[in-house]
Write a protein that binds this ligand. Structure first.
Ligand code: IPE
Ligand code: IPE
Ligand code: MG
Ligand code: MG
Ligand code: MG
Length: 301
């Protein structure tokens, strides 16, 4: 198969989106000298502390299939990344995964305190909707409403938060393959789905294109989470930037514990091929999306 990671220049695209996200968050969350400074610093720490910025890149790569204004793309990318960063801050809390390291640095509640981490997460979540509702995101209020509704759904009880609740339940219940797949689809897949869908909303994609992109995002999201679980099972903490072996220690059922390492790897590979297959009606403009799918399972962090 073609190596889209090289041919589509994925590394450069990742460097570029990292820079754009850091610039954007620096602008949206400036330092303050007032009594909120601890909260603001915790927000900045959580939003600016690294990360692959894969969801923002998905927004950009999907929007690139259509003719979308760059400022709109960037604002939507910042919104989804703000929700993602909040989800990580809360995921790491002692009442959730109780993690000390994230993106190679102490987790937000370790660097600050639990209250600041909870509030920084809350504020990043609401910031996302503030960004989307602003007229700078799109001149058409219907488009803004579509984006808001779609992100709300992806983030809430029918999306990421619902998946996180199932993930906690997976520590004490033995879920079957079907339920575990649903868990992954919600906790990780939903925000990945939104990132692709948002590009399609901004691009006013046809129903047919939208269906193909949905199929792509669904397979990519599952492959991405299987790889996250594989990295937890056999990754290097110096590279992943987070503690490994947590899922096994928590007795958590994941696709890796259910299938075993080899089958999980085969499954992730099959999902990537399927994801790329969904893009067959798109020309070379979709090569960056194809590269992201390949990257999702070869990444080491
Ligand atoms: C980690 O997401 C948590 C999951 C939803 C699997 P990423 O692997 O995208 O984390 P960062 O943003 O690059 O740190
Ligand atoms: C977290 O999944 C997914 C979120 C919604 C944040 P994990 O708990 O497996 O993510 P990591 O491994 O801590 O990054
Ligand atoms: Mg978790
Ligand atoms: Mg975790
Ligand atoms: Mg994990």
């Amino acid at each position: 198969m073609v190596d889209y990671i090289a041919s589509a220049g994925l590394r450069g695209a990742l460097d570029d989106i990292i820079q754009s996200m850091n610039d954007g968050f620096n602008r949206l969350i400036p330092c303050t000298e007032d009594p909120r400074s601890k909260l603001i610093n915790a927000m900045r720490y959580s939003a600016l502390g690294g990360g692959k910025r894969l969801r923002p890149l998905l927004v950009r790569a999907t929007a690139a299939l259509f003719d979308v204004e760059p400022r709109a793309v960037m604002r939507v990318a910042l919104a989804v990344e703000a929700v993602h960063c909040y989800s990580l801050v809360h995921d790491d809390l002692p009442c959730m995964d109780d993690d000390d390291m994230r993106r190679g640095q102490p987790t937000t509640h370790k660097a600050f305190d639990e209250a600041s981490a909870v509030l920084a997460g809350d504020a990043l979540l609401t910031l996302a909707f503030e960004i989307l509702s602003h007229v700078d995101t799109h001149p058409d209020p219907h488009v803004r409403c579509d984006l808001i509704a779609s992100l709300a759904q992806a983030a809430g009880h029918n999306g990421m938060v619902g998946g996180q609740a199932m993930d906690i339940a997976a520590e004490t219940s033995q879920f079957d393959l079907r339920t575990t797949t649903r868990l992954q689809q919600l906790k990780t897949g939903a925000l990945i789905d939104f990132s692709v869908e948002a590009g399609a909303i901004l691009g006013r994609a046809s129903a047919e294109s939208g269906t193909h992109l949905k199929g792509y995002a669904r397979d990519l999201g599952l492959a991405f989470q299987i790889t996250d679980d594989l990295l937890d099972a056999e990754g290097d903490p110096a590279t992943t930037g987070k503690t490994v072996g947590k899922d096994a220690a928590a007795g958590k059922s994941t696709l890796v514990t259910l299938m075993g390492l080899d089958q999980a790897k085969n499954q992730a590979q099959a999902l990537v091929s399927q994801a790329i297959d969904h893009l067959r009606s798109f020309d070379a403009k979709a090569d960056l999306l194809r590269a992201i799918a390949q990257f999702a399972i070869v990444r080491d962090k």
